[in-house]
Design a protein around this ligand. Sequence first.
Ligand code: 13P
Ligand code: SF4
Length: 316
Amino acid sequence: MRREGEILGSKSDLMEKILNLKREKKAVILAHNYQRPEVQDIADFVGDSLELSLCAAQTDAKIIVFCGVNFMAETAAILNPDKRVLIPDINALCPMASMLPADLVRLYRRKYPRAKIVLYINSLAEAKAYCDAVCTSANAAEVVNRVDSEIVLFGPDANLASYAQIKSSKKIIPIPQYGFCPVHKLFNRDDTMRLKKIYPDAEVMAHPECDPEIWRIADFVGSTSRMYREAMVSKASKFIVATEIGLLHRLRKDRKDAVFIPAYEEAMCVNMRLHTLEKVYLCLRDEKYEVRLPQKIASRAREPIEFMLKTRETQR
Ligand code: 13P
Ligand code: SF4
């Protein structure tokens, strides 16, 4: 915790202190694509939920500092019971994850005893403990197609459920019926169409958490890192981007010749942005806040996460 009256230093001082502490403590900093630019710049790895899970499963660092929302840090802790997983701000919660409490998953299990349950990684650990497989926005349809049932209950994101439905012949039932991401709800078709008229040669990229009316008019739909990779190889030099604006930092940094236009400038996930450089420094210095889960929940949630990590699409 910050000591009273303590001045932590300028941005460059903080960056240097973070790098020193990281080396000293054999720590690794993982940051989601939505993190503040300065946090992305100090990280060892920046990526989407799937890449960060793979990174967490493979790292040999003693300490993992997770700059993302808590379900991501919890996933890292579940995969690394012998490591210390720290999160700079414990209030970084995903409101969508809270839309599907564990009791509701159990209720649906009783209602559809023959169906399999696939949960988006944006869910609570205690909910994951009652599901059959976990997925991310990069592999939702592949995981749905791999579970051993023709009826699949999928939650909490109803839009991702609809997107997976396009690529699967199975019957997908969203649980709850209207789970959503408040940030991706901010995009609307009229605004995006207006931008398309202003920039007729721009490629439109959208996250599947957006409403279907957005991804139906997009040229490319995918997870944040898939959008990043698309922008790196696309011939287009203008892109309209329908996701949280944090991704624009990475895109602009690595494709300096291109123009990236946010589909909605205020699409900002306040939870993701709780992690600041100061908090990352304090997190490493004081080894706070440690992400711990009850043993029973961690061991039950591990299996469905490992199911996802073994999915072929994930192994790319
Ligand atoms: P990714 O799967 O692209 O990491 O997206 C996670 C997320 O929280 C989107 O809102
Ligand atoms: Fe959750 Fe949406 Fe924030 Fe992603 S952008 S962490 S889904 S609230």
